[in-house]
Design a protein around this ligand. Structure first.
Ligand SMILES: [Zn+2]
Length: 434
């Protein structure tokens, strides 16, 4: 006789429950075993007991996987170490570089955050870099980036371009310091944007507004509207920053067309202060599609390992400013001194309309009142500025709400954490970790 339908459903539900319970038990057991193995592996071999050795022998695959992961972790740690060439070696390498600069027909320079650390702007992946700090859960110390001024490297590059040695600069930096060093606008691309530039993408061609303050105060990942409008068409202006995971969609200041054009012509590439982890993905910059002997010579100046080190003609483990001083001396060129009164940004900046004066609360660049004064003044309409003038030589640790710095990273980490949290909450299985 057939069982009633209701009782069939009950028994299949119970069977499912038992299967789920079994699954959970197996997972818990696996987790416990992996935890034990991980603890044993942390001990030196000579102090492991017979029983522990047996546990390892029973799970050779798990052991191999954990050892592989540990090796990968060690390698990453090694790559993040900052290494400096001793002075004699740095000098020798600077001589090699100067020969390459003199011989180059078309030298292009790629710059990263490492050229601005001397201006007290943190880099991304250095020991105190923004990404490193966020990854370690340490607070990012930020300061007004308008306090920063072009470094020795920025000024040297402007001179090298003036002398015809450097044909073009492609920068990942958003700090606007290449512009402020006097490097002509048509001599560089800022592929990740410029904190002083807001753009009307509705005008044809795009209208660029250079400002004397950080325009990214109210913008973030996927939110680029600056809350000011175009003076000619009235449409909202947007910042030019390309956050991690975003794509460049503006012509200026990213200027990819010129960057690619110069990369195509390049016979020598000099990379300064970049981990190259992002730049390496732009295949158009490296000439790798050319036959081997026609590829550009590659010189890399960075304290940490870069993924392009194996392709480099010469890797220089040194601070950019120190290297540039040696290089310029060897070339017999003086490095110009940055003077705020000559900063081109003051001529290029578009003044705010009267009703726009309260549209930002950060510090703004001002011309010095006399030739020796190099100060940053604050927006008088701003409630968040202390109203005190700051000397640019002084390290300022006052909390400044950053515009673009680390936002993409922070947001990505927050959403990843949220995703992890919701996965844990909704899932019956518990993630195994070693
Ligand atoms: Zn417009």
């Amino acid at each position: 006789m057939a069982e009633p339908q209701g009782s069939e459903e009950t028994s299949s539900r119970e069977a499912r429950k038992i299967a789920q319970k079994c699954q959970l038990l197996v997972k818990a057991e696996t987790r416990a075993r992996k935890k034990k193995i991980s603890e044993i592996l942390k001990k030196p071999e000579e102090v492991r007991t017979q029983e522990e050795v047996q546990i390892l022998q029973q799970s050779p695959e798990v052991v191999a996987d954990m050892q592989k992961r540990a090796r990968r972790r060690d390698k990453l740690k090694e790559q993040l170490k900052e290494v400096e060439d001793p002075p004699e070696l740095l000098y020798k390498k600077s001589c090699e570089l100067s020969t390459a600069v003199l011989q180059a027909r078309h030298l292009v320079v790629y710059t990263g955050a490492g050229i601005s650390t001397a201006a007290s702007i943190p880099d991304y992946r250095g020991p105190n870099g923004v990404w490193t700090m966020l990854q370690q859960g340490r607070p990012v110390e930020t300061r007004s980036l308008t306090d920063a001024q072009p470094t020795v490297t920025h000024m040297a590059l402007a001179r090298l371009h003036q002398e015809g040695y450097v044909k073009y600069v492609v920068s990942q930096n958003c700090d606007g310091l290449h512009l402020r060093s006097g490097l002509p606008r048509n001599a560089f691309s800022e592929v990740h944007g410029n904190m002083y530039i807001e753009v009307c993408a509705e005008c044809d061609p795009e209208t660029e507004y250079i400002r004397l303050f950080d325009v990214t105060e109210r913008t973030s990942l996927h939110r680029h509207v600056t809350d000011r409008n175009c003076h000619s068409c009235g449409e909202p202006l947007r910042d030019s920053i390309v956050h991690f995971g975003e794509r460049s969609c503006l012509e200026s200041p990213h200027n990819w067309e010129d960057a690619m054009d110069h990369a195509k012509k390049a016979d020598t590439i000099l990379c300064l202060g970049s981990s190259l982890k992002v730049l390496k993905r732009y295949s158009c910059l490296w000439g790798m599609t050319r036959v081997l002997h026609k590829r550009p010579k590659l010189f890399i100046v960075n304290l940490q390992w870069t993924p392009k080190d194996d392709n480099a003609t010469l890797k220089i483990n040194g601070k950019c400013d120190e290297l540039m001083v040696l290089l310029m001396k060897k070339l017999g060129l003086e490095i110009p001194v940055y003077r705020r009164e000559n900063d081109p940004i003051f001529k290029l900046a578009i003044p705010l309309l009267p009703d726009e004066h309260g549209s930002f609360s950060t510090c703004q660049l001002t011309l010095p009142t006399d030739a020796t004064s190099l100060t940053t003044q604050h927006n008088s309409d701003s409630p968040t500025c202390n109203g005190e003038e700051k000397n640019t030589d002084q390290k300022d640790n006052s909390s400044y709400k950053p515009g673009w710095f680390g936002k993409g990273c922070a947001k990505r980490r927050n959403s990843a954490a949220k995703r992890r949290k919701s996965n844990t909450a909704t899932s019956t299985s518990v993630k195994l970790s070693d």
